[in-house]
Design a protein around this ligand. Structure first.
Ligand code: HT7
Ligand code: ZN
Length: 873
């Protein structure tokens, strides 16, 4: 498979100014006629042939300026259409293809989901609909005519605005024509045809234009889309207020489908969503589901400016739209909810997914320089670390200049296919700063380590901080340069009183820019021994080591004005204890009890004001976090034992507080998904979890009572989750009853699959295999596969990493099976092997054997072939 390289980029030899698509929908023989207004690109080669991309296409006819071409005038295969002698002036190319949406199990291009027709074109799916210059720097104005049996597909949707619709006399068929005036790349094309229910409302934009917002879902589930519609309206208002961005069409449609490879897709004016991120009711969705729906609705909407109006020149620039849009959705959620709680959640995800990726065989820069399969680069690094880079930029230049830079970026790049350089140049120009060193964040992979040493001189009343940075080698990058790291910091006195210390290297926003291998700064006017609070708000995606004794970390937990660092202090102490215990070191129970007592008192302090924060403080690092901290020769069983034991001891020593939280944090009224109510539920359920760890039989009774009386899915699922940690007949009965109750609710059954797949017991692999026979499970549906098998592999540390290698062999067999249907899904599952090299040697060799068994199979997809070979390198 050829490798695509950033350095080989050159402009397209031809351009397509407009596209007229005529799509006659049919379950197995859909006809597509594409009429392309083309011309040679003045920036391209003047003697180049016209080479159009295709993928599994059946060509019917091709005509140039209305004349059907004879066979010898072009070369066609399912993968390409080439005309050697293309005209050197503007011309019209008309191509007719036939496609089979029912047979399309890859869920790319035009396919069927739940009997409806839908499309997915990012990154390279449009070429599965018609031959095209399927690259993001070819921007065209689209007009789409969609025709179908009215009975099969009464709803017909396209990009842009609806301009005409009608019946085709005497045929039972009808059509709709959509026109999108905004030039766009083919990956933003979409159409939908089907039987769908609808909810709608009118939105008045900041300049007073009326926009019809609508969400289409499976008929009968319309009221489950109310929250998503409300989130859409709030997102639109927020983008106007915070970034000055207004919506630009007469309609904005969202369609929810149940077979989807990712979360959602930002097609211009016609977002298509995985129904998991649209449908919610108190009975079926948890607080976390509501928060995800809000974030993803916002994310896709925000793409209208960061991705659609300003798109990417090539797929290497993916972070330009994804990192920036994640940053924007994070800011939206922080404004709508609790900023500190949200920041902690973001960082937990970043560390669990991106730091992990950065430390394993699949590490790559935020802007990769080469790929074999672009679908494998929709990663935590591109999205999450990409967002952190934008956040760091804002931290360094400040809020006002950040907004001015964004305005300039939109002004300059609107209607173009841009690069990371264009983005950074806007900020360099408004601030007069040279951002070339900062740009290294896009190029260098791996998570920088920052070592810090503090020294207090009581005589001089100074406090010196010495910093040293290094970044470990990653695939293809053996040596690293120093990064420009913004360190937001402050000093905290042991008694919590303000310290009026100053340091000229720290700017007015409290930020020191650490951009050399080593550097040191000195604070003056430090009247008592301080505790440094570093990387406040997690100001840079780095790993920090600073040898503060546990007592000083507890000073931060008590007194830091930065909520993130208060939480971080508790996590650091917990991690030290857990990692030491997992490694077999002697940690006195008394030390754990002292930590527990401190935790309980801080949770108590925060519980009334910010219960969600208190719940986070009381939640231990996960088994995967501990494995990452240990980093080599990992024994997941030892980690599991250490963490379980620590939960038990915390539960025991904090029981009084936990019981009080459990009893007081009940709902204040009918269920509402707002952050305050969700926070109360999270503290209540975190308390239940610890109480059950300390006293399983009392915990079981509490959980059973909660399961029976719960008025919402958050509390019901939390109690079932506690029960799954307690083996026995009560658990089995509760699990069976839950499965029965929700047998016709696939999205709830996904939660049920996940709970069972993550039971850390020996029988779980057999249970997972058994559940694959459940009538609701389907190997062709990505949500089902991810819920059952993805969760087993990604979330069940002890059972996926079984010492006998059975977990690895199972995953390998599933990867091979899914690869035949849906390579994108198979490749995602395969990334669960990303941690194999950090395991102890027996597990390591089982994992390697499983990976080799995949690698040696003939006819692997490019997606799986790429991941497996990089995993073994
Ligand atoms: N821009 C989208 C990324 C995407 C995707 C979505 C659905 C199915 C396949 C896909 N391939 C890439 C989603 C987003 O980040 O907003
Ligand atoms: Zn996105």
């Amino acid at each position: 498979n050829p490798i695509v390289r950033l350095e080989d980029y050159r402009p397209s030899d031809f351009l397509i100014d407009s596209v007229e698509l005529d799509v006659k929908l049919h379950p197995t023989e859909t006809r597509v006629v594409a009429t392309l207004a083309m011309r040679p690109n003045p920036e391209g080669r003047s003697d180049a042939p016209l080479a159009l991309d295709g993928d599994e296409l059946k060509l019917k006819t091709v005509a140039l300026n209305g004349r059907t071409l004879a066979d010898e005038e072009f070369e066609a295969s399912p993968q390409s259409l080439t005309i050697a002698q293309a005209p050197r002036q503007p011309f019209t190319l008309t191509i007719e293809t036939e496609i089979n949406p029912t047979a399309n199990t890859k869920l790319m291009g035009l396919y069927r989901s739940g009997g409806n027709y839908c499309t997915q074109c990012e990154a390279e799916g449009f070429r599965r609909i018609t031959y095209f210059l399927d690259r993001p720097d070819v921007l065209s104005v689209y007009t789409t005519r969609i025709e179908a049996e009215r009975g099969d597909a009464p709803v017909l949707l396209g990009n842009g605005n609806p301009i005409e619709s009608g019946s085709i006399e005497g045929s039972g068929r009808h059509y709709a024509i959509w026109h999108d005036p905004h030039p766009k790349p083919s990956y933003l094309f979409a159409l939908v045809g089907g039987r769908l229910g609808r909810i709608a409302k009118t939105f008045a934009t900041m300049s007073g234009r009326a926009v019809e917002l609508a969400i289409y879902v499976e008929p009968g589930k319309e009221n489950r889309a109310d929250y998503a519609l409300d989130a859409l309206e709030r997102s639109m208002r927020w983008d106007e207020r915070v970034f000055g961005r207004e919506y630009d069409l007469d309609v904005f449609n969202i369609v929810a489908v149940s077979d989807f490879n990712m979360g959602a897709m930002e097609n211009k004016g016609l977002n298509i969503f995985n129904d998991k991120y649209v449908l919610a009711s108190p009975e079926t969705a948890t607080d976390m589901d509501y928060a995800h729906i809000e974030a993803i609705i916002a994310h896709e909407y925000f793409h209208n400016w960061t991705g659609n109006r300003v798109t990417c020149r090539d797929w290497f620039q993916l972070c330009l739209k994804e990192g920036l849009t994640v940053f924007r959705d994070q800011e939206f959620s922080s404004d709508e909810r609790s900023r500190s709680v949200h920041r902690i959640a973001e960082v937990k995800t970043l560390r669990a997914r991106q730091f992990l990726e950065d430390s394993g065989p699949l590490a790559h820069p935020v802007r990769p320089t080469q790929y074999r399969e672009i679908n494998n680069f929709y990663t935590a690094t591109v999205y999450e670390k990409g967002a952190e880079i934008v956040r760091m930029l804002k931290t360094i230049i400040g809020e006002e200049d950040f907004r001015r830079g964004m305005d300039l970026y939109f002004e300059r790049c609107d209607g173009t296919a841009a690069t990371v350089e264009d983005f950074l140049k806007a900020f360099a120009d408004v601030t007069g700063r040279n951002l070339s060193h900062f740009a290294r964040w896009y190029e260098q992979s791996g998570t920088p380590r920052v070592k810090v040493k503090g020294q207090y001189d009581s005589g001089a009343q100074t406090y010196r901080l010495d910093f040293a940075q290094s970044t470990p080698a990653t695939p293809g990058q053996p040596r690293k340069d120093a990064m420009a790291i913004p360190v937001a910091l402050g000093l905290v006195a042991h008694d919590g009183l303000p310290l009026n210390a100053t340091c000229e290297r720290v700017d007015e926003r409290g930020v020191f820019l650490f951009d050399r291998p080593e550097d040191g700064i000195t604070f003056t006017g430090v009247t008592s021994l301080p505790v440094p609070s570093l990387f406040r708000g997690f100001s840079a995606p780095v790993k920090v080591s600073l040898d503060l004794p546990n007592e000083e970390l507890l000073v931060l937990l008590r007194h830091d004005t930065d909520a993130f660092n208060r939480w971080q202090a508790a996590q650091t102490v917990a991690m030290r204890l857990l990692a030491a215990r997992s490694n077999g070191a002697d940690v006195a129970d008394a030390e754990i009890d002292a930590f527990s007592a401190a935790l309980a008192s801080f949770m108590e302090r925060d519980a009334q004001e910010d219960p969600a924060f208190a719940a986070l403080v009381g939640t231990l690092p996960s088994e995967a976090d501990i494995a990452q901290e240990i980093g080599q020769n990992v024994d997941p069983d030892a980690i599991h034992r250490a963490r379980s034991e620590m939960r038990r001891r915390i539960g025991l020593s904090c029981a009084r507080h936990l019981r009080r939280f459990y009893e007081s944090m009940t709902d204040l009224g009918p269920y509402s998904p707002d952050a305050a109510s969700a926070g109360r539920r999270s503290l209540r359920n975190a308390s239940l979890d610890l109480l059950a760890a300390a006293d399983p039989s009392a915990g079981e009774a509490l959980a059973v009572r909660q399961l029976e009386s719960a008025s919402n899915m958050t509390d019901r699922l939390a109690s079932l989750s506690v029960l799954t940690t307690l083996p026995g007949a009560v658990r089995e009965e509760a699990v069976a009853r839950f499965g029965e109750r929700y047998r016709s609710e696939p999205l709830v059954l996904d939660k049920w699959f996940t709970l069972q797949a993550t039971i850390p017991e020996d029988g779980t692999l057999e249970r997972v295999k058994g559940l694959m026979q459940h009538p609701a499970f389907s190997i062709a549906n990505p949500n089902r596969v991810r819920a059952l098998i993805g969760s087993f592999a990604m979330l069940n540390q002890v059972q996926f990493n079984r010492a006998d290698g059975a977990g690895y062999r199972f995953l390998a067999s599933i990867v091979l099976r899914t690869d035949e249907l849906n390579p994108q899904l198979a490749a995602r599952l395969l990334t669960a092997f990303g941690t194999w090299r950090m395991m102890e040697s027996a597990r390591r060799s089982h994992a390697e054997e499983a990976l080799r068994s995949i690698a040696q199979k003939p006819n692997l997809s490019r997606d799986v072939g790429d991941i497996v070979s990089r995993s073994l390198e």
